[in-house]
Design a protein. Structure first.
Length: 133
């Protein structure tokens, strides 16, 4: 999936344009284990995510390398008919950085997102759109 978003508060000069997130989940539908590979805020300092995942009835969890640091995350997808989902990540045990992202699905492949990131001592909020391939 690919997300395009723009900071609406807490932004710096480098964040005046659109930011890009891209991720791919590699796994089988009938097997609960997979691999998450992704990058976030392309062009800024955030790094690569590479983590094994485990599917649960309500979503997915992962732990491994998150944005270039040891970290973990979750994705709550709600019920099958719910248009809402919530994702959270924590990384960098020295500073305890974290991010939360809420999504509203418009159709099967796309929707809108709101993202909040805490990277001590700064925070950033952004809004955007996403598309699932």
């Amino acid at each position: 999936q690919v997300s395009l978003h723009s900071a609406v508060s807490g932004k710096t000069d480098a964040e005046e344009s659109l930011l890009l997130d891209a991720s791919i989940w590699i796994g089988k539908r009938d097997f609960p284990y997979g691999i998450l590979l992704g990058v976030e805020n392309v062009g800024l300092q955030d790094g690569l995510t590479l983590a094994p995942t485990y599917d649960l009835p309500w979503g997915r969890v992962w732990a491994g390398i998150v944005r270039g640091y040891v970290g973990l995350g979750f994705l709550w997808q709600g019920s099958g008919s719910s248009p809402f989902s919530l994702q959270g990540q924590w990384w960098n045990e020295d500073g305890g950085f974290w991010a939360a992202e809420g999504r509203i699905r418009v159709n099967e492949r796309s929707g809108f997102l709101f993202k909040h990131e805490e990277q001590n001592p700064e925070s950033r909020q952004s809004v955007g759109v996403y598309y699932k391939f």
